[in-house]
Write a protein that binds this ligand. Structure first.
Ligand SMILES: Cc1cc2nc3c(=O)[nH]c(=O)nc-3n(C[C@H](O)[C@H](O)[C@H](O)COP(=O)(O)OP(=O)(O)OC[C@H]3O[C@@H](n4cnc5c(N)ncnc54)[C@H](O)[C@@H]3O)c2cc1C
Length: 376
């Protein structure tokens, strides 16, 4: 390409932010548009970042901040509903031996770190803005936005998440489908002595778990069958979550005392989606949840999303021509890694929905995590 390259990134979540930072580092001009006025109005309380996510965050230059803000640990406990510890397994260091196996973080902290890095990258950021129309020609895409601006870009990166309207606009018909499960989540103070994730399988819910997110905080979650949202007024959220959580022992009684404010409780259905065949049409390419999503049974959604951004940025930066073959190669490189994670994440939930008692969950987790140790 002889003229300077220009990219529009649609969506300022983990995937869009990561792509922006890496493309700017390569000297590519990036405009980022984010639909929300408040860029850090992130839903959900905490996030579990596995080593392969930390590896990308290190590549983005923000690992030290993540390490300082989050809570690193290296094992996962399996407990009975009453809190009796049944098994403690070392987490695999999927990001390599020089990174922790896992870091728990408050979601707004992670987003703040990424936002600051995007701002520092020199990208142009417009908040409260969506793409209204995309018109492709042989050399790129003309994009009209809801703020009345129009621009021509060599490439559009659709990082607008699960419900991506960009995906639909370029004629990719896939839509997320509910897996049958839903999760209640809340941030709470971290009880002394709670230093890793413990998962209780069984009891009134499928899973009750928690993850430390800093020296003083954690996020706790309870997974049950999804229910009609209309019958769940948001004012009842704390009561609903507490009604499930109170059946669990160990650290749960202390956590449950803090499940009081319904506005602090998040209720979300689990979805799955995997776009197959290709993740682009012309010069519009999907990354992150816009291309694939999985229930968080392996806590891999954001990790895979940031990996997409890393791989795409690396391929764009190395290529002379941004053409069909490049975008297809990006898809081929990603699908072999993403598909097994989506399938394993869905399978783990399905075994629980089906009541399969002898399912080899640790075996499937182990095989999937071993695969993720490889560089993306
Ligand atoms: C309950 C739950 C728990 C999870 N836990 C984990 C976990 O522990 N670890 C993990 O790795 N992953 C986890 N995930 C998955 C993770 O949250 C997602 O995979 C990740 O956030 C996807 O990032 P993204 O940037 O692709 O999309 P998003 O984070 O959804 O970001 C998309 C952005 O695009 C913006 N946007 C949307 N439409 C437009 C538009 N038209 N124009 C402009 N902007 C737009 C949105 O406002 C948003 O900011 C979990 C998911 C769920 C549901």
């Amino acid at each position: 390409m002889s003229t300077p390259r220009t990219v529009l990134v649609i969506g300022g979540g983990a995937a869009g932010n990561a792509a922006t930072i890496l493309l700017r580092r390569a000297g590519i001009a990036v405009d980022l548009i984010e639909a929300k006025d408040d860029w850090n109005a992130t839903a959900g309380s905490g996030i579990t970042l596995q080593g392969n996510a930390l590896r990308v965050l290190r590549e983005l230059g923000v690992w030290e901040q993540v390490e300082k803000s989050g809570y690193g640990f290296a094992a996962v406990g399996i407990t009975a509903p009453d809190g009796t510890i049944l098994h403690v397994a070392d987490d695999l260091r999927t990001g390599g031996d020089d990174l922790p196996a896992t870091v728990g973080m408050q979601r707004p902290q992670l987003q703040r770190i990424l936002i600051d890095a995007v701002r520092a990258s020199g990208a142009t950021v417009r908040l409260g803005v969506r793409a209204e129309s995309l018109e492709q020609d042989g050399a790129g895409v003309t994009v009209r936005c809801t703020d009345g601006t129009e621009g021509h870009y060599d490439l559009v990166i659709a990082a607008d998440g699960l419900g991506s309207t960009t995906r639909a606009a370029i004629g990719i018909p896939d839509k997320p489908e509910p897996t049958g499960m839903a999760i209640w989540r809340i941030a709470a103070p971290r009880p002394a002595g709670l230093t890793r994730t413990d998962l209780a399988f069984g009891g009134p819910a499928y899973i009750a778990g928690y993850c430390p997110t800093s020296e003083s905080t954690l996020y706790a979650y309870v997974v049950e069958a999804n229910r009609d949202r209309a019958s769940l007024p948001t004012t009842s959220y704390a009561d609903e979550m507490r009604a499930l959580a109170r059946h669990y022992g160990g650290h749960w009684p202390e956590i449950t005392r803090h499940i009081t404010d319904p506005t602090q409780v998040n209720y979300t259905w689990f979805d799955r989606m995997l776009v197959e065949g290709s993740w682009h049409r012309g010069r519009v390419v999907l990354v992150g949840d816009a291309a694939h999503c999985c229930p968080p049974t392996l806590a891999q959604g954001a990790a895979l999303s940031m990996e997409d951004a890393w791989v795409l940025a690396e391929m764009l930066t190395a290529a002379d021509a941004w053409e069909d073959a490049l975008f297809q190669a990006y898809y081929e490189r990603r699908i072999h890694r993403v598909r097994p994670v989506v399938e394993a994440s869905v399978q783990i939930g399905q075994w629980q929905l089906d009541g399969v008692r002898d399912a080899d969950i640790p075996g499937l987790m182990g095989r999937t995590m071993t695969m993720l140790r490889e560089l993306p």
